[in-house]
Every structure is written in structure tokens, then in C-alpha cells.
Design a protein around this ligand. Structure first.
Ligand code: FO1
Length: 313
């Protein structure tokens, strides 16, 4: 089955890994969020692209989900001694990715071209495409004023209450090369919205003009996997954000958030009681184990999503 997947970082990358284990490289395209990207220490840092690359390369840090396993921190320690900014932790191996990507971008390469080169260098065969080669930056609106994404997420540790989001640059952005083709491929069997944060990981992808329409017109079922299990996020601020936005932190609220983009919705067995109300709204629901602790869990969830897509075709 050919699949196009929309993903942010940590949570989405787990399902992306499951997809990469079941599908030949030519049959999987991952469209990655670039809203978390920022310039830091003179480097272009693209956290969700890196988390996806490292996860598919088997290099990611299993504790944090971001950065590489087995890191050394000599650069950061030396930077700290110089009085540099160390709030955003860059490991020595991870630093090489940022330096090489920045060199390529400064030489005039596009983000998607640089990403393809880094994937080749890391041995990642599946295609990881940025949603756009243009800047689309998530600005987090809070009671204390707007915050750049990484300032909100890392420096302020998601503490400020959010009131909304702005995806700066989205209006002028275009889908990166290959994205629309992947979403309109007649051989497509499913479009999968991975269990990433809908607001800060998936919405910045859908904000790129043409992408939401591409999902609506996709020649295959669009299936989202809920990142909320039992009223809480498995990782990150999703549930807290939903409450701050006046939404119930429930899988049903996630389904409503995606609205008519979806043809199917996957939630955890813990939330099976929500299925009737979601199905009453016309959206087929599959309740299954969505908590991915092991590689087998990632693969099992992938199989369940693909089976649902088969049923909905
Ligand atoms: N997240 C943190 O909470 N603390 C960090 O110091 C941190 C460093 C970091 C370095 C490289 C990278 O690719 C990601 C990093 N992240 C860190 C995660 C980053 O904030 C991502 O944007 C989140 O994972 C949300 O997608």
C-alpha cells in the first residue's frame, strides 16, 4: 500500500517508524512540520525534520524522542563556559546535522534538497519532505504576548497559557516539491495524520496553501490517529493546550478539530466509549491500542491503520 503521512516530532515519528518498517521506501512519503524551525546560534534548526530522520535511521534518543542516542555534550559545555545560550540543548552529533544543513541552505540549496542529502547521509530510505521550502513559523500566542515556538516549548517549558497560534509565512508558502504529487498519487492507499499535536505540529502543515485541499481531494482515505489517550497526551502539552483553548482534552475533540478532512479516526481502547458520538457525526472510528512503547507496538498500530484504510477505500 502507498502511504503519505503528515507528522510532527516525537509522537508522530513513532508511527512514521512503523510505516517505514512495513512499506518499501518508494511507497512512503512523510510530510514533516517545519513550524518548529528556528535560527539559533547562527544555525538553521529543524527539530521535527531531525526527529523524523533520526527515528527512521534508528539514531533517536529513546528517552527524549529528540536528538540522538549516545550523545556527547562537549560543544554545549564549552559554549556554556563562553557564556553562550545553552537552554536549547545541542548534542555534538546533533550539532553536525545543524551545521551541515545550514551550510547547504547558505549555499542556496532548498530545505527539501538539504533534507534529502541529510537523509541519504543517515541512511534513511523513506522520503521525508518538509511541508514547505519557505518559512512557516509557529508563533504561540499567550496571555503574556507572542512567543516563538522554541521559546514557548523549551525555554518557557510550555508554562504560559496559550490563547492561539499564528503560522507566520504560511500565506506566502508553497508545498515543497513532491508534496502535492504524493498526496494526489492515484496509487495512494492512505493519507495518515500521525499522532502529533494537532495545533503545533499538524495545523502548521495544513496552513500551507493547497495542503488542506489536497487532503480533501486525496484519492485515498485520510485517517488520523489521536494523540490524546484517556484525556491526556502521551507526551508534550497537547492536553494542556486544549484546556487552555477551551476544548475538552479528549480524542473526540481532536476528531472534531480535523473535521471534514477525515475519512477515519483511530483512538485508543481507553477511549472506546467515545466512538459512538464520533461515529454519530459520520466519522468511522477504530478503537485499538495506540500507545506505542515498543517497535512491535508501532508496527501493530501501523497495520491497524492500514487495515482501516483498506476498509474505507
Ligand atoms: N526539547 C526540549 O524540551 N529541550 C531541549 O533542549 C531540546 C533540544 C532539541 C535539540 C534538537 C532538536 O531537534 C530538538 C530539541 N528539542 C528539545 C525538541 C524540540 O523542542 C521539538 O521542537 C519538540 O520535540 C516539539 O516537536
Amino acid at each position: 500500500m502507498r502511504v503519505a503521512a503528515l507528522s510532527g516530532g516525537v509522537g508522530g515519528a513513532k508511527l512514521a517508524l512503523g510505516l517505514s518498517k512495513l512499506l518499501p521506501p518508494a511507497d512512503l512519503t512523510i510530510v514533516a512540520n517545519v513550524g518548529d524551525d528556528f535560527e539559533h546560534l547562527g544555525l538553521y534548526v529543524a527539530p521535527d525534520l531531525d526527529t523524523l530522520m533520526y527515528t527512521l535511521a534508528g539514531l533517536s534518543n529513546p528517552e527524549t524522542g529528540w536528538g540522538q542516542a549516545g550523545e556527547s555534550w562537549n560543544f554545549l559545555a564549552a559554549l556554556g563556559e563562553l557564556g553562550g545560550e545553552t537552554w536549547f540543548r545541542l548534542g555534538d552529533r546533533d550539532l553536525a546535522t545543524h551545521v551541515e544543513r545550514t551550510r547547504r541552505l547558505r549555499s542556496g540549496e532548498t530545505l527539501s534538497r538539504a533534507t534529502a542529502a541529510l537523509c541519504a547521509g543517515l541512511g534513511v530510505a523513506s522520503r521525508i519532505l518538509p511541508a514547505s521550502d519557505q518559512k512557516v513559523r509557529t508563533l504561540v500566542q499567550t496571555a503574556q504576548g507572542p512567543l516563538a515556538f522554541q521559546h514557548y516549548f523549551v525555554r518557557e517549558r510550555c508554562a504560559p497559557a496559550v490563547t492561539g497560534f499564528v503560522f507566520e509565512g504560511a500565506a506566502a508558502a508553497r508545498p515543497a516539491p513532491g508534496v502535492l504529487a504524493a498526496l494526489s498519487d492515484p496509487a495512494l492507499g492512505a493519507v495518515v495524520i500521525c499522532p502529533s499535536n494537532p495545533f503545533i505540529s499538524i495545523d502548521p502543515i495544513l496552513a500551507v496553501p493547497g495542503l488542506a485541499a489536497a487532503l480533501r481531494e486525496a484519492p485515498a482515505p485520510v485517517i488520523a490517529v489521536s494523540p490524546i489517550v484517556g484525556g491526556d497526551a502521551l507526551k508534550g502539552p497537547t492536553a494542556k493546550m486544549m484546556r487552555e483553548l477551551g476544548l475538552p482534552s479528549s480524542a473526540a475533540a481532536v476528531a472534531r478539530h480535523y473535521g471534514d478532512l477525515l475519512d477515519g479516526f483511530v483512538l485508543d481502547t481507553a477511549d472506546a466509549a467515545l466512538a459512538p458520538e464520533i461515529e454519530a457525526a459520520g466519522l468511522p472510528v477504530l478503537a485499538t491500542d495506540t500507545v506505542m512503547r515498543t517497535l512491535e507496538d508501532r508496527i501493530a498500530l501501523t497495520r491497524a491503520v492500514m487495515a482501516l484504510a483498506e476498509r474505507l477505500r
